[in-house]
Ligand binder design. Structure first.
Ligand SMILES: Cc1cc2nc3c(=O)[nH]c(=O)nc-3n(C[C@H](O)[C@H](O)[C@H](O)COP(=O)(O)OP(=O)(O)OC[C@H]3O[C@@H](n4cnc5c(N)ncnc54)[C@H](O)[C@@H]3O)c2cc1C
Length: 320
């Protein structure tokens, strides 16, 4: 995720960015040789009975606990110097054929010369889903007239602070449908005399983005992974805020500059939310607090505010 649309809207001062937690998937395949994440191993593997174990084969967490709990338990193991693996063998003990039940995962693991029927499979948590985004109502409408957002970039509020697995389908199937329905309706009412060409002729992918290499932003992603990731604390978040501000001020590349800005805003929102809730976990404030049962909103002057949001209220507030 490059965060372009979020930051562009924020910079133009049109809209507030609600900064909500980033969800971490629990089990990505970890390539031990090259020390990198390769692909996701679905949580349904644990649903069928696979165990999470350390290098000695000891279990250390309830495998069916919520994502944030399991991700933190794995992260803690790594911090203590252990390794973490998925053990598929308990599935076989239930007479389930792994090859038939998980053909894609089985094949991908075999490509790395490991055998899920015999070997322990190395795993690591990985950044997965942004629960925040541009506030919309249930028809994808934003506060800007005729600007719509749906998908991961939008924040309808349905995912709370801890999205349930596979609920991106809500964005694909429900909100995209409602958004196009609304656009269709408004188009008919307001724009039917305009030629469609007027709308599409200027939409092209910026070449600078096409040529942008992921290596360019490795420094930012490393900082965010380490300090604005699974576990956060006030002291580090403050340092990260200023480090990213420095990158933002010095950087010439517009996309990197924007990413530094987005990271900075996420760090600031995390710093000021002095509690733990869902995917946002503060070591220095490990419990949820009543006063934060709201969405974080970062205003265009970077001030933080907290608002209650539900889809129905927003429909009333947003004028079409
Ligand atoms: C590894 C992985 C596994 C997942 N598995 C699941 C799952 O099992 N179930 C589930 O529900 N969810 C899953 N998710 C989450 C889900 O896939 C995403 O939330 C969803 O795909 C987001 O779709 P989108 O269309 O909103 O955004 P995207 O798919 O990110 O599409 C955004 C598009 O905009 C383009 N773009 C960006 N900037 C610009 C620009 N400036 N100009 C023009 N174009 C631009 C991008 O190139 C991209 O094509 C998974 C995510 C990951 C990363």
């Amino acid at each position: 995720m490059m965060g372009n649309s979020l930051v562009a809207l924020f910079l133009y001062g049109y809209i507030h960015i609600p900064s909500k937690p980033i969800q971490f998937h629990t089990t990505a395949f970890y390539n031990e040789k090259e020390k990198k994440i390769e692909f996701l191993i679905s949580e349904s593997v644990r649903g069928e009975g696979a165990y999470l174990v350390d290098e000695k084969g000891n279990r250390f967490v309830d495998e069916l606990a919520p994502r944030d709990v399991v991700a933190r338990a794995i992260f803690k193991k790594y911090k203590e110097g252990h390794k973490v693996f998925l053990d598929f063998k308990p599935i076989m003990k239930k007479n389930i054929d792994i090859k038939a039940r998980f053909p894609f995962i089985y094949k991908k693991i075999k490509n790395f010369n490991l055998d899920p029927e015999k070997d322990l499979i190395p795993v690591s948590p990985v950044a997965h889903y942004t629960m925040g985004g541009i506030f919309t109502n249930s028809f994808g409408q934003t506060k800007i007239k005729n600007l719509f957002a749906c998908g991961e970039v939008a924040c309808t509020g349905v995912h709370g602070a801890n999205r349930l697995a596979s609920n991106s389908l809500l964005e694909c199937l429900v909100f995209s449908n409602r958004t196009t329905y609304k656009i269709d309706f408004l188009f008919e009412r307001e724009f039917k005399n305009l030629k469609f060409d007027t709308f599409v002729k200027n939409i092209t992918l910026d070449d600078r983005l096409n040529n942008f290499k992921i290596e360019n932003i490795k420094d930012i992603s490393k900082i965010l992974w380490k300090y604005v990731g699974i576990e956060r604390n006030g002291e580090d978040l403050e340092k990260v805020y200023f480090t990213l501000e420095n990158i933002e001020n010095k950087e010439n590349n517009i996309y990197k500059k924007r990413l530094a800005k987005l990271g900075k805003l996420i760090a600031k929102a995390a710093l000021e939310r002095r509690e733990s809730r869902g995917a946002h976990y503060r070591i220095d404030y490990p419990k949820p607090k009543k006063e934060y049962e709201k969405h974080t909103l970062v205003k265009s002057n970077e001030q933080i505010t907290y608002i209650e949001k539900n889809l129905k209220d927003d429909l009333l507030k947003i004028k079409t």
